[in-house]
Write a protein that binds this ligand. Structure first.
Ligand code: FAS
Ligand code: PHB
Length: 404
């Protein structure tokens, strides 16, 4: 067994782990990342596309924003279409100047990986048998195997950035954890294509056939989603089937501009709302998808991971730079306050924009759910105050500071 030490052990080299590692290193706080798969595999996961201003600021603070600032596309707003009728949500006007940045999670992850490698910071990719031990002790350890060698990593703190299926959350005893969950009766079939987007900004489209989202990664790369039954398999959908259905769910002028082409990625993501409370236990801190999951309708998943990182980064900086450990207990409370706002907004947008017709809930309640959702989306897109409520949450609520 090879014994190694660091100050902060980070489990997972997704955006949470990499961003936290980069920020800690800027403060001279030593950290090691342990990742289950290869870097190439991490980069093969096509996920988020919209960054809140808070996330953008954090990446700039981490000193990894050059490509993001050069290639990211600032979006001043987005469209909500209901049965083909579009309402523009002017984020900039409704929030007094805030916008969002369209820049893919894969790109952010690539930039963070490159920065970590060029700073010769330590990442153990393709590690197995990862186990967190004695997380309530002053010196917890992480044991793992890498390239056939067994390791024991001693540290002061562990950041569990290992996503929904990681080992960190289950390390918190079941009788300590409270898990809140809502699983939706449909999924998102996502397709990426090297074709020009149908619009300069995003279109969230609610139709009687189901929900669709037109997004993008660049002026030449589009990202589209269709609401599909949770029982669908990606092999049930040819590219042509996808394009035909998308055309039927986009507003007519957007559908007329649709340029189709071969998919470079196609997958189905299940939709769930999930929160684990608390987000810390002893010297273990859960970050990002390890602690919470949102349906992607509000573009909050990656952005909530960023606000977790911001809070833990502030705490670790105060602990190591000022020797003040009294702030450690603040993490879970601060992180969860913003997580629940993101969870509620994502749940609300999902209920408003998706078609529940024929879903188990709708059958029991008749189509009451559908009528409530119709009234809600019609109200919120008709009134300036209603649009402001959507805009404020979409650009992202302010990050909370630590108590003194
Ligand atoms: P991640 O899951 O990204 O990273 C966790 C890392 O930990 C992974 O690299 C994993 O390999 C590693 N790991 C797991 N177990 C481990 C172990 N035992 N030991 C070591 N490492 C381990 N968000 C949006 O905002 N918009 C979207 O459109 C969107 N689409 C999504 C589609 C899918 C299919 C999924 C799953 C998520 C989507 N999300 C979206 C949310 C997504 O972007 C997450 O919020 C984001 O990946 C969170 O990043 P991390 O917390 O780093 O978790
Ligand atoms: C994306 O571009 O992948 C994306 C954008 C906004 C969302 C969800 C996904 O709400």
């Amino acid at each position: 067994m090879k014994t190694i030490t660091t100050q902060v052990a980070i489990i997972g080299a997704g955006p949470s782990g990499l961003l936290l590692g980069q920020l800690l290193s800027k403060q001279g706080i030593d950290n090691i990342i342990i990742e289950r798969v290869s870097g190439e595999y991490v980069l093969g996961r096509i996920r988020a596309g919209i960054l809140e201003q808070g996330f953008v600021n954090l990446v700039r603070e981490a000193g990894v924003s050059e490509r993001m600032d050069a290639e990211g596309i600032v979006h001043d707003g987005f469209d909500i279409a209901v049965d083909g009728k579009c309402t523009h949500i002017n984020l900039k006007e409704l929030t007094g100047g805030d916008t969002v940045l369209c820049y893919g999670q894969v790109d952010i992850t690539k930039d963070l990986m490159a920065a970590r490698a060029s700073a010769s910071l330590v990442t153990y990719y393709e590690s197995s048998e990862v186990k967190l031990n004695d997380v309530k002790a002053a010196t917890p350890t992480v044991t793992f195997e890498h390239l056939g060698e067994k390791y024991q990593l001693s540290c002061d703190y562990i950041a569990g950035c290992d996503g929904f299926h990681g080992v960190s959350r289950p390390t918190i005893p079941a009788d300590v954890r409270t898990e809140h969950e809502r699983v939706y009766p449909f999924g998102w079939l996502g397709l990426m294509s090297d074709t020009p987007p149908v619009s300069d900004e995003l279109i969230y489209s609610k139709t009687k056939r189901g929900f669709a989202l037109a997004s993008m990664r660049s002026p030449t790369r589009s990202r589209y989603y269709l609401q599909v039954p949770v029982t669908d398999k990606v092999e049930d959908w040819s590219d042509d089937d996808f394009w035909q259905e998308l055309k039927k769910r986009l507003p007519a002028d957007a559908a007329a501009k649709l340029v189709t082409g071969p998919s470079i990625e196609k997958s189905i993501a299940p939709l769930r709302s999930f929160v684990c409370e608390p987000m810390q236990y002893g010297n273990l801190f859960l970050v990002g998808d390890a602690a919470h999951i949102v349906p992607p309708t509000g573009a909050k998943g990656l952005n909530l991971a960023a606000s977790d990182v911001a809070t833990l980064y502030k705490i670790m900086t105060r602990v190591y730079k000022e020797g003040d450990k009294n702030c450690l207990h603040q993490y879970s409370e601060i992180a969860l306050r913003r997580v629940w706002h993101g969870e509620r907004f994502s749940w609300w947008m999902t209920n408003m924009l998706h078609n529940f017709d024929g879903m188990s809930d709708a059958k029991e309640q008749g189509d009451t759910q559908g009528r409530f959702a119709e009234s809600e989306i019609n109200y919120y897109t008709a009134s300036e105050n209603g649009k402001r409520v959507i805009a404020e949450q979409y650009v992202g609520l302010a990050y909370e500071e630590l108590a003194p």
